[in-house]
Design a protein around this ligand. Structure first.
Ligand code: GLV
Length: 326
């Protein structure tokens, strides 16, 4: 690809690495606002841009691509790509790329963090210690779930699900999982494949690791959630709309679930008000990949994908199904 003009890249958020240093031959424009760009601002800044480095909150659909006809690649700073219209990109010969692999361990760490925090009732216990209500030792206070001997159900046994399974096995948990496609025994991390209904019925903790697709939207419906064991814990570091949030709140209120650890929500950044008040729920603001290691690697990966497309090459990490190499 030969350009008669500077090659322009728009980066829609500040990154943990300097994109201009990674792409010295390109004209790099970085959104520097304290709030994210609106959809209109994103379009405006992408006028004349050859590449966009976007985040999950940026909607990449047919209208957006039509409004920014110079774009050859949209490199998403995320592994999930439910914010992108793959068909629209295919039809317009625009590459979509993502950042698989590099955030697996960090996201699995957060799932375990939420699991442990809910299992050991961290918000309540921390509050007691912090607010001067530290009472005398009480054999019946703050009883929670011991992980060793408990069963973890993993919904979606991709790379993050397997990384969580490895951690859970190290804690002495038994692991069940569901998966769209069969997994060879050597990659099961000691987990047992089951149907979702059975997983719900047998698990002390259910942790979600599937992508958001038309099939998984609402997968944990009111009906499916009600199949959980009484006293189960739900952990979600995948995508909010996989769970019927209102039904989860109702089941928490009824004491059917002992608690939940949630990093993702149905309508981010809105959190269901019924979750905000609960002490048996641990909430984090979509920070699964937020470690120095993962976020730097994601930035480098996204920038490498942009550089490859702008050199006229196939990018190393295309979104599956977005475009086949020509
Ligand atoms: C975060 O949610 C991601 O998909 O990377």
């Amino acid at each position: 690809m030969h350009y008669q003009r500077p090659v322009r890249v728009f980066v829609s958020r500040r990154l943990p690495v300097d994109p201009a240093a990674v792409l010295p031959d390109h004209e790099v424009d970085v959104w520097d606002g304290d709030r994210p760009p609106t959809a209109a601002e994103l379009r405006e800044r992408c006028q004349g841009a050859d590449a966009l480095l976007s985040v999950l909150a940026d909607r990449i659909d047919a209208d957006f691509l039509d409004a920014c006809p110079m774009l050859k690649v949209v490199a998403s700073f995320a592994v999930g790509f439910d914010n992108m219209d793959l068909e629209a990109a295919r039809e317009r010969d625009v590459w979509l790329t993502h950042t698989p692999g590099v955030l697996t361990d960090s996201t699995a760490d957060l799932a375990m963090t939420l699991l442990l925090a809910v299992a050991r009732r961290l918000p309540e216990a921390e509050d007691e210690a912090r607010t001067g209500h530290f009472g005398p030792f009480a054999p019946t206070a703050f009883l929670g779930l011991q992980l060793a001997g408990a069963t973890l159900g993993i919904v979606g046994m991709g790379s993050i699900g397997r990384a969580v399974a490895r951690r859970a096995r190290a804690f002495g948990m038994d692991v069940l999982y569901t998966s769209r496609s069969p997994i060879p025994v050597e990659d099961r991390e000691g987990g047992e494949p089951v149907e979702l209904e059975e997983l719900m019925a047998r698990s002390d903790v259910v942790s979600l690791h599937c992508p958001l697709t038309p099939e998984t939207r609402g997968l944990l419906s009111a009906d499916m959630l009600a199949r959980a064991k009484k006293g189960a814990i739900l952990v979600n570091t995948a995508r909010g709309p996989i769970v019927d949030e209102a039904a989860l709140v109702a089941l928490l209120e009824q004491g059917h679930f002992a608690g939940a650890g949630l990093d993702v929500f149905e309508e981010e950044p809105r959190v269901h008000p019924g979750l905000l008040e609960r002490r048996d729920v641990v909430l984090t603001p979509h920070i699964g990949s937020a470690t120095h290691t993962a976020r730097r690697a994601m930035a480098h990966m996204a920038l490498r994908n942009i550089a490859a497309v702008l050199r006229g090459e196939t990018p190393p990490n295309p979104v599956p199904g977005s475009r086949s190499p020509s």
